[in-house]
Design a protein around this ligand. Structure first.
Ligand SMILES: NC(=O)c1ccc[n+]([C@@H]2O[C@H](COP(=O)([O-])OP(=O)(O)OC[C@H]3O[C@@H](n4cnc5c(N)ncnc54)[C@H](OP(=O)(O)O)[C@@H]3O)[C@@H](O)[C@H]2O)c1
Length: 263
């Protein structure tokens, strides 16, 4: 029997396109991948911020892109491949939606859920997947939400859209596993980013409470007793994108301090 080798630099040299990496969880993922030797495409709507993040990473490049704009996936993948070469690691990440209820869900909300959480992601995947399969290596990781496992009250658009994304990616994972392409989801829950701060502020305003009180109540529901740090999420995401995670596919891994109460 041959002894399996564990790569010491498990993403070294790989080209990683990390969507929404000008801040928050995407930036933390880009940083963790770069720390392990990946060549990273940093992207978001704020091109200057993308340049700032990329400048602090070895062999990284910046591309400005609004993922919700028509044709965005084509332009983004074309730019990434022109600058660094074929995309080997694709991290799907982007804008979370505004709060919404299921009782008040409209046709426009259905369009928004799909347009925000499924359409750009599928378009990106479709553009990099053939190359990944041909080369016999690929990593697709979606930064989704703990709401995939336990729908979050008041975030109906996210719950609906990400359920669709999860169904798409789970189906895809089985179709491409034999080609060396893994497809997974990472499910963050209450990780201290700008988005979480704005959700807390919005809830405080709607309920007439102090933000500190909202945060304290929110923290009390987390077994770890605190919000997560973006770099804790980045470490998990980078592992799922690495050569070392070659037998991990079709799964969703939470990073939520124990927030979701089910297994
Ligand atoms: N933090 C958590 O605990 C948590 C929990 C559950 C789910 N999530 C989800 O995880 C994802 C990342 O969350 P986060 O907390 O890191 O949010 P964040 O701090 O607001 O960061 C969002 C990132 O996405 C980029 N972005 C936003 N709109 C975009 C657009 N239209 N096109 C391209 N890029 C866009 C932003 O960059 P630009 O401003 O430069 O475009 C930024 O880099 C979101 O979908 C969020 O809903 C987060």
């Amino acid at each position: 029997m041959t002894t399996p080798t564990t790569p010491t630099t498990p993403v070294a040299g790989r080209v990683a396109l990390v969507c929404g990496s000008t801040g928050g969880l995407g930036e933390a993922t880009a940083r963790a991948l770069a720390a392990q030797g990946a060549r990273v495409v940093v992207t978001g709507r704020r091109r200057e911020r993308a340049e700032e993040v990329a400048a602090g990473l070895p062999e990284a490049v910046a591309v400005g892109c609004d993922l919700l704009a028509p044709g965005a996936a084509a332009t983004l993948v074309e730019s990434a491949e022109r600058l660094l070469g074929p995309v080997e690691v694709l991290v799907l990440n982007g804008p979370g939606p505004a709060p919404s209820t299921a009782a008040g869900f409209t046709d426009d909300d259905v369009t928004d859920a799909v347009g925000r959480h499924l359409r750009p992601q599928r378009d990106l995947v479709a553009r990099v997947l053939p190359g990944m399969r041909e080369r016999g290596f690929g990593r697709v990781l979606a930064i989704a939400s703990s709401g995939v496992d336990a729908p979050i009250p008041g975030l109906a658009t996210s719950n609906v859209g990400r359920a669709a994304l999860a169904g798409y990616l789970k189906t895809l994972a089985a179709e491409v596993a034999a080609d060396g392409v893994t497809v997974n989801l990472a499910l963050p829950g209450r990780i201290a980013t700008d988005r979480l701060a704005s959700l807390d502020a919005g809830r405080a305003e709607r309920q007439g409470l102090a933000v500190d009180d909202v945060r304290a109540a929110s923290t009390a529901a987390i077994p770890a007793g605190r919000y997560g740090r973006p770099e804790e999420f980045g470490t998990l995401a980078a592992f799922l994108c690495s050569d070392a995670a070659s037998y991990v596919t079709g799964t969703a891994v939470r990073c939520d301090g124990g927030l979701v109460p089910t297994l």
